[in-house]
Ligand binder design. Structure first.
Ligand code: MLT
Length: 259
C-alpha cells in the first residue's frame, strides 16, 4: 500500500523520513528552504499524517521502505538523497539495505545504528499495547514531548504546540505499527561500513533519546562522513530549523554529491 507523498519543488530529488510520532510536516521548514532548488519528497508513515492505516502482517520498517520504493517508481523518481531523523534514520538504513543504488546521499539526524536492547524494546511493545488498548494516543503525548524536546524547547509554545499536534494526529494503529516495526528492526551497525555515498550526520548535545556520542560513532564508521553537533534536543530540525536547513542546503548542493 503506497504511503502519502508530499512532493514539492523541482530539481534533484530529496526524500525526507520523519521521526516516530511525527509526520511529513516535521520537515516544513526544510522544504520551504530547499524546494526552490530541489524536489522535496516527504512521506508519512502508515497511520500518521495523510497515509492510510498500516497494512496487516508483521510490522516492519523494511516493508514500509519497500512501499516507498514503489511510491518513488510511481513518480518516476530514480535516485534520491535521503534525509532521516531518528526513526527516519532507521528507515534510511532500511532503504540502503534494500536499494543502495537508489540513494545518492544520506543525511542522518539524531539516529542510531544499533538495534534495541531488551529493556527499551519491552517499553516500545508496552506503548504499542497501551495505545491499542486505550484506542487513543493521549496518554503518550506529554511523555513523548518530554523525551523529544530539550527543556528550553519545551518552554517555547511555537515549538512544543505543533509537536503535540503531530503526536495527536497519529492514530493508535500508526503508533503501534511504528513501535513494533522499530522493535523488530535489524541492527544496522555493520551496514555503516557499506555506505559509500556522501553522508552528513547531525547530533543534538541535549538529545535525551540518542546522545551525541552514539551519533558521532555513526559518522566515525562511514567513510568521509561529515559530523555536525548542534545545541538542541532530539528533534533538531524543529528546535533549530534555520541551522538544520543551512547544513542540509550546503550538503545537498549538487557539487558536493555524486550524481
Ligand atoms: C524517534 O524520534 O523517531 C524515536 O525516538 C525513535 C526511537 O524511539 O528509537
Amino acid at each position: 500500500m503506497l504511503p502519502a507523498i508530499h512532493d514539492t519543488g523541482t530539481g534533484e530529488a530529496v526524500l525526507f523520513f520523519h521521526a516516530f510520532t511525527m509526520d511529513a510536516s516535521q520537515w516544513d521548514h526544510q522544504v520551504a528552504a530547499l524546494s526552490a532548488d530541489m524536489r522535496c519528497v516527504r512521506v508519512d508513515l502508515w497511520g500518521c499524517g495523510d497515509s492510510p492505516p498500516p497494512p496487516a502482517g508483521a510490522p516492519s520498517l523494511d516493508t514500509f521502505a519497500a512501499a516507498v520504493i514503489d511510491a518513488l517508481d510511481s513518480r518516476d523518481i530514480e535516485r534520491v538523497a535521503v534525509v532521516g531523523l531518528s526513526m527516519g534514520g532507521y528507515l534510511a538504513f532500511a532503504l540502503w539495505r534494500l536499494a543502495p543504488e537508489r540513494i545518492r546521499a544520506l543525511a542522518l539526524c539524531n539516529t542510531r545504528a544499533a538495534a534495541d536492547a531488551p529493556g527499551p524494546r519491552d517499553e516500545r511493545l508496552a506503548m504499542a499495547d497501551l495505545v491499542e488498548r486505550e484506542q487513543s494516543v493521549e496518554s503518550i503525548v506529554e511523555p513523548m514531548v518530554a523525551r523529544l524536546l530539550s527543556p528550553g524547547a519545551q518552554a517555547e509554545a511555537h515549538i512544543v504546540d505543533p509537536v503535540r499536534g503531530r503526536i495527536r494526529r497519529c492514530t493508535p494503529a500508526g503508533i503501534a505499527f511504528a513501535q513494533r516495526a522499530i522493535a523488530n528492526r535489524l541492527d544496522s551497525t555493520a551496514l555503516l561500513d557499506s555506505i559509500t555515498v556522501p553522508t552528513l550526520v547531525i547530533a543534538g548535545t541535549q538529545d535525551a533519546i540518542v546522545g551525541p556520542d552514539e551519533v558521532h560513532a555513526i559518522a566515525d564508521r562511514i567513510s568521509g562522513a561529515t559530523y555536525v553537533e548542534l545545541d538542541c534536543g532530539h528533534l533538531s530540525n524543529l528546535e533549530l530549523p534555520h541551522a538544520v536547513s543551512e547544513h542540509l542546503s550546503t550538503f545537498l548542493t549538487p557539487a558536493t554529491m555524486t550524481s
